[in-house]
Design a protein around this ligand. Structure first.
Ligand SMILES: [Zn+2]
Length: 478
């Protein structure tokens, strides 16, 4: 921290209006298994310092992987000189929302450090799962995947904040592939990724799930093709995590709403004139951003602008209620404070507005998944994530899934295949007429959400209880 403070002082002496420096150690281990062997193990250690400077009304950013003071001063000089150039072409004054001075530390609550456990332990669990899946009839392939990630940051700025964070992330996944009846189908089990210690991985029931996905992969090969046309969908929490991410998370990042960032289908229909009045979903739909969520992938204590993590509604009782807002754009929303969702994954990344942990709040009335299905005359229950696409305004969307089950007269009658559905994002959320209660709430999340140019990959948690959507157009994918 002393080096960062010295750099901040150095920049203050050169008339920086605001500056921050972020030392960032990113460590990641990825284990891939295939059938009964290890396919690949990779280890990354990426460390360095990123320095951001505001000079008058121009921003500059520079980074270095060298940690000595000469290199840090050189990076600070570069960021400052870029800021001076940017200032010459600045089109409007930069108004930076105030944030209290923070001197805290935030760390994932872990019992067992994932990087101190022998690699053979995780490899053993994934290979055992593979062996179980391969015993299933007609199974031709079993894959395992595990990501262990640690992000350690030190942050200092010209406002006197000095913050340390230490975040551990675990993402496990297994997959079984069957070939039968002229089809090849895969089924996944994806324990929701968490910020957690290795004890989280130890608690995952790979054995039961490896046998289940093998059986369901085969069943999928014999499934009946779905009928095209409007139908009722019940979507499981893992599936909904992707729809939430694409149709609510990205279009409510304010930098995209205002056109500051438009890569990767990065524009938005959810413009500011709609705030507080636009019907984003039915009145049952509450979409909550919460970077204080215990175990959430975006729960980091303080973001990379030195702003404390917060909780707010993106959609409240069906109405567009908020955005992810950084310090520079908060004044455009008449907000006195940003909401703590500006992050960078690597030291070289310029911190940008990133999706918070974002979940669909459970229904308030008691309702289990079984009751929801029993209450549905005819429809399709979709589990897991599959292919998806969405246009650059985040309006027209199409989603597949990992497994599809036919519902007839309130009962699951068998598996379907080749299911995709199309909808306009807000019409989809407006068609939600039931959400299961809190007892059915499950999480899922991502560690590879792409945004920016050059692209940065960030992590965040989603979640939901199973929910029902009426009159959605399903098409046969073949
Ligand atoms: Zn994304």
């Amino acid at each position: 921290m002393d080096k960062l403070r010295e750099i901040i002082k150095y920049l203050e002496g050169r008339q920086a209006r605001f500056a921050d420096a972020r030392e960032h150690l990113f460590r990641q281990r990825e284990i891939y298994t295939e059938d009964t062997r290890v396919e690949q193990i990779t280890e990354q250690d990426i460390s360095g310092v990123g320095i951001k400077v505001l000079y008058n009304n121009g921003w500059g950013y520079a980074s270095t992987s060298a940690m000595d003071m000469d290199s840090l001063r050189a990076a600070a000089d570069k960021a400052l000189s870029l800021a001076k150039y940017a200032d010459k072409s600045a089109v409007e004054p930069v108004v930076l929302a105030a944030e209290p001075r923070h001197t805290g530390r935030f760390a994932t609550n872990i019992k067992e450090n994932p990087f101190e456990v022998k690699i053979s332990d995780a490899v053993g669990a994934l290979l055992e799962a593979g062996e179980i899946s391969l015993k299933g009839k007609d199974i031709i392939k079993a894959n395992g995947y595990l990501v262990l990630r640690n992000m350690r940051k030190k942050y200092a700025n010209t406002e006197g904040s000095a913050i340390e964070t230490d975040i551990y992330t675990i993402l496990p996944e297994i997959q079984a592939t069957a070939r039968a009846n002229g089809e090849v189908k895969s089924r996944h089990y994806w324990a929701s990724p968490e910020t957690a210690g290795y004890e989280f991985f130890r608690g995952i029931d790979f054995k039961t799930n490896a046998a289940r996905i093998a059986e369901q992969a085969r069943e999928h090969c014999f499934a009946r093709a779905c009928e095209s046309g409007p139908t009722t969908l019940i979507l499981d929490p893992e599936h909904l995590s992707l729809t939430i991410h694409e149709s609510v998370g990205h279009p409510t990042e304010l930098d995209r709403v205002l056109g500051y960032e438009e890569s990767c289908a990065g524009r938005s229909f959810a413009t500011m004139d709609k705030l507080g009045k636009f019907k984003y979903g039915s009145e049952l739909v509450n979409l909550v951003a919460d970077n204080t969520l215990e175990g959430g992938l975006a729960s980091c204590g303080y973001d990379d602008e030195g702003v404390e993590c917060q909780k707010w509604h993106i959609v409240k009782d069906g109405i567009l209620n908020g955005y992810g807002v950084n310090r520079e754009l908060a004044h455009k929303m008449n907000m006195s404070r940003a909401n703590g969702t500006t992050r960078a994954t690597l030291y070289s990344d310029v911190p940008i507005t990133r999706m918070p942990n974002l979940y669909l709040a459970p229904g308030k009335k008691p309702l289990t998944k079984e009751q929801l299905i029993a209450d549905t005359e005819s429809g399709i229950y979709i589990e897991g994530m599959g292919s998806f696409s969405i246009d650059q305004m985040r309006l027209n969307m199409q989603f597949g899934g990992d497994a599809f089950w036919e519902i007839k007269n309130g009962k699951i009658t068998g598996m379907l295949k080749d299911v995709v559905y199309n909808a306009l994002s807000y019409e989809f959320w407006r068609s939600c007429d039931a959400i299961a209660d809190e007892s059915e709430f499950r999480r899922a999340g991502f560690i590879t959400c792409g945004k920016g140019d050059p692209m940065q990959a960030a992590q965040m948690t989603h979640g939901a209880s199973p929910a029902r959507f009426r009159n959605i157009t399903v098409r046969r994918a073949k």
